[in-house]
Write a new protein. Structure first.
Length: 431
């Protein structure tokens, strides 16, 4: 291509991959559709996004992002990505460890099987040799008996043949003496021979094959190796849950006490005025999922525990009733004096079903339960939150939460509100 030819070509601006439309790669991204939260080009707007109500220049969207929360949205997204990356990395490491464990188990089973087979074969070989030796000894002993009996029969045969020959020779003799002597001597020998107890031995060899031979021949395999597989979602695995801070609210001149997540997704918080004599200043607050106060409920003296039943919100003002929740099958309460969490039967018998305590859980206070009946216990003096299953088994501990009052978790386990130091309410995304 000559220099003249290049001078006649259209000069197109260079765009990085992030600046080019994914649908129309020859066109730059110039607009942003708020309805779909999607960057787009002018051709996209005339096709896919032609009915969308909020389409604006990309520069305007970027300006909003920079101004929104003073740029914290980028930091929040970065933190969420880093948490997910960490979970995936830890899961990958665990999976690689599982592969090594499986290979080690396979090697161990192979070695044990080889050793067991050698031991079995050696034992069977010993039994076979012992069997053949015993049979050989038995045959030898019976052969000796047969040979002894055969020799006895040979003696009888020789004696009978001798008498027979004498009698045959004397039959033609003309001597009366010889005839008489041979006859009567032969008769006496015959009588003695006849009285002798000759034996006929009979030995039958029988073999009874052990049942184990048939059992072995009927085997189609030595044993089965079972692989018990279980798949857990990385996103919902309790052991890998991490918290990503969305916002923080400081309740000035208020003691935060308790709260609950409403069916609307909002959070209602009970507080007391730091001036204990200012009863008229005790309030409850309703917060949105960004931790912003949207409503106040005044003129409630000493509010504490809060629960929602259908369309009603019940606020407890009795000082004797504090931290108690219910799962689908149990009533659960915390005891700060004994550092225990106790579950009792909810069917009227009040029988203790289980107790949970741990050296790492001190002064358990606020309780919460998610949609899977997992129980969240705030350790006031241990600076953590213990997560228990409905049968009282600890599956996770959120550490480094300074003096937590409660951790209230939504049913889907996506969002939680954490009260700490009687002053702060933090909203976390659960990842």
């Amino acid at each position: 291509m000559s220099l003249g030819e290049t001078s006649r070509m259209d000069v197109l601006p260079f765009h990085s991959k992030e600046e080019v439309c994914t649908k129309h790669q020859e066109r730059p991204i110039e607009l942003f559709c708020q309805d779909h939260e999607e960057p787009c080009c002018t051709m996209c707007v005339s096709t896919k996004h032609r009915k969308c109500e909020t389409v604006e220049p990309i520069e305007k969207t970027a300006t909003k992002l920079k101004q929104y929360f003073e740029g914290k949205e980028f930091d929040l997204l970065l933190e969420r990505v880093e948490i997910l990356e960490d979970k995936l990395m830890r899961t990958k490491t665990e999976q690689e460890m599982c592969v090594r464990q499986m290979e080690n188990t396979s090697d161990r089973i192979s070695e044990e099987t080889e050793r067991s087979f050698k031991e079995v074969i050696h034992h069977l070989q010993s039994l076979k040799n012992q069997f053949l030796t015993n049979m050989s000894k038995g045959v030898k002993k019976r052969k000796e008996s047969y040979e002894k009996n055969i020799n006895s029969l040979l003696d009888g045969i020789h004696c009978a043949q001798f008498i027979k020959n004498k009698l045959e020779k004397s039959t033609g003799s003309k001597s009366a003496v010889e005839l008489t002597v041979v006859y009567f001597s032969g008769k006496k020998c015959f009588d003695r021979l006849k009285k002798y107890d000759f034996q006929q031995l009979q030995t039958i060899m029988e073999e009874k094959k052990p049942d184990i031979f048939k059992d072995i021949m009927d085997l189609t395999g030595v044993t089965d190796v079972k692989f018990l597989e279980k798949t857990n979602s990385v996103n919902t695995d309790m052991k890998k849950l991490q918290l990503c801070l969305i916002s923080e609210l400081s309740m000035k001149q208020k003691f935060i006490r308790d709260g609950t997540i409403l069916s609307s997704g909002e959070f209602i918080l009970s507080t007391r005025d730091t001036n204990r004599y200012g009863k008229d200043n005790d309030e409850c607050f309703i917060l949105n999922n960004c931790g912003e106060i949207t409503k106040r409920i005044k003129s409630i003296s000493k509010p504490f525990g809060i629960t929602e039943n259908e369309n009603d919100i019940t606020i407890n003002i009795q000082p004797s009733v504090k931290h108690i929740i219910s799962t689908s099958s149990h009533i659960v309460y915390s005891n700060r004096k004994t550092n225990e969490v106790v579950a009792i039967n909810s069917h009227g018998t009040c029988t203790t079903v289980w107790r949970y305590s741990s050296p790492g859980l001190l002064s358990p206070c606020g309780l919460s339960v998610d949609g899977d009946d997992n129980i969240y216990v705030a350790g006031k003096e241990s600076d953590n939150v213990h997560v228990l299953t409905k049968d009282g088994r600890c599956v996770h501990v959120f550490e480094n939460i300074t003096r937590p009052d409660f951790m209230k978790v939504d049913k889907e386990r996506k969002l939680c509100f954490v009260g700490s130091m009687r002053k702060y309410v933090r909203v976390y995304e659960m990842l």
